[in-house]
Ligand binder design. Structure first.
Ligand code: GLY
Length: 357
């Protein structure tokens, strides 16, 4: 079995372990501090519960852990403070102590919500990320961002709270539909586009089957890129903002389409918009929007924009990344290099307008 281990040098360092077939042997990959005698609290959603909870549970119980599980209804609409409170009450009702730990088994929504619960339950308990989507594997399970959505927008309440380990078994991607798989592709090409042009070109135009042929290496390279950024700027005061390429527009699109656009789809549209707008506005010398669409050619997304610029603008204004009247946007300079540019928040309207036309 090919296993890759990448160290994330956050304030509390941890490993990301990637390999096919890891989930059924999960207990063997837990760090020593999460030893037998502790209770493992599996937090998952209603889709993943029947698919992978039994495998995770068996490995843990065979190794001697006590296991309890809680599943919430799947979907972005359920990434709410109310669901977070249910998770916290579930743990309190089951007398989970500070020395027990959470296993976040699922995609980004699960990882964000279970990580947040770990960060605030009894003022912080350990947690393990087990991503079951390609998106969570290459992005959200690494870096310690945890959150729930508020009415005003996505991820508006949360913590930076790093996991003890990330265990990623790409065999579980088999049960993803194509659109959900493509969400991960969008974040993977984003990592290449902002920091490693060679990697971007390697991924460009690949089909799902081609991704799967090389999946352990692809995830590992994504985690290295993300780990390099998180190691340099864990709390997103500078360089980590590069990871938000396409996200200001993307989050706005998710909100104004009421999540009819998935996260990856919205981010892909956002990267396209910012590339085109950056060029038209004179922030960069080349229009890279076709690089973005060509990289995603094997996936069934249309870059036609059916929402109003005004709706997008209003949605973006409630985004957490605003600072006073200013907002930082990410603009491509070349394939493999993006830069952070501060603009007045009102300029965003023009940027979106230039990007969608
Ligand atoms: N997904 C962007 C970040 O973790 O900073």
């Amino acid at each position: 079995m090919k296993i890759k281990k990448i160290k994330i040098n956050a304030k509390t360092p941890y490993d990301v372990i990637v390999g096919k077939g890891l989930l059924p042997e999960l207990a063997a990959y837990l760090p020593n501090e999460l030893h037998v005698g502790k209770t493992a609290v599996i937090i998952t959603d209603s889709n993943v519960m029947p698919l992978y909870e039994p495998l995770a549970r068996k490995s843990l119980e065979d190794a001697g852990y006590k296991v309890i599980s809680h599943a919430f209804e799947s979907g972005e609409k359920h990434k709410t403070p109310e669901e977070l409170i249910k998770i916290l009450n579930f743990m309190a009702d089951n007398k989970v102590t500070r020395s027990d730990f959470i296993i976040a088994l699922g995609g980004g929504i699960t990882g964000d919500m279970a990580g947040f619960a770990a960060g605030v339950y009894l003022r912080g308990i350990d947690y393990v990320q087990i991503p079951t989507t390609f998106l969570a594997a290459v992005d959200s399970s690494v870096g310690g961002k945890t959150a729930v959505n508020l009415n005003a927008g996505k991820n508006l309440a949360g913590l930076f709270y790093q996991p003890s380990v990330v265990i990623c078994d790409p065999d579980v991607f088999e049960t993803l539909d194509d659109l959900t798989f493509a969400d991960g592709v969008s974040e993977a090409i984003k990592h290449g586009f902002i920091l490693d042009g060679e990697f971007f070109l390697k991924l460009k135009g690949k089909t799902r089957a081609q991704y799967m042929d090389d999946i352990v290496e692809i995830i590992a390279r994504n985690v290295e890129i993300k780990g390099e950024i998180v190691g340099a700027d864990e709390f997103e005061r500078g360089k980590r903002q590069l990871l938000n390429f396409g996200h200001t527009a993307g989050h706005a699109i998710e909100k104004c389409t009421d999540h009819a656009y998935t996260h990856g789809q919205a981010v892909a549209a956002g990267m396209f918009i910012m590339s085109r707008a950056g060029y038209k506005k004179g922030f960069c010398e080349q229009d890279f929007s076709s690089e973005i669409s060509e990289a995603l050619v094997a996936f069934p997304w249309q870059f036609t924009f059916k929402f109003s610029v005004e709706d997008m603008y209003q949605a973006a204004l409630s985004d957490k990344k605003r600072s006073g009247g200013k907002i930082n946007i990410i603009i491509p300079e070349s394939v493999g290099k993006c830069v952070i540019k501060e603009i007045n928040a009102e300029e965003l309207y023009e940027i979106f307008e230039l990007g969608v036309k």
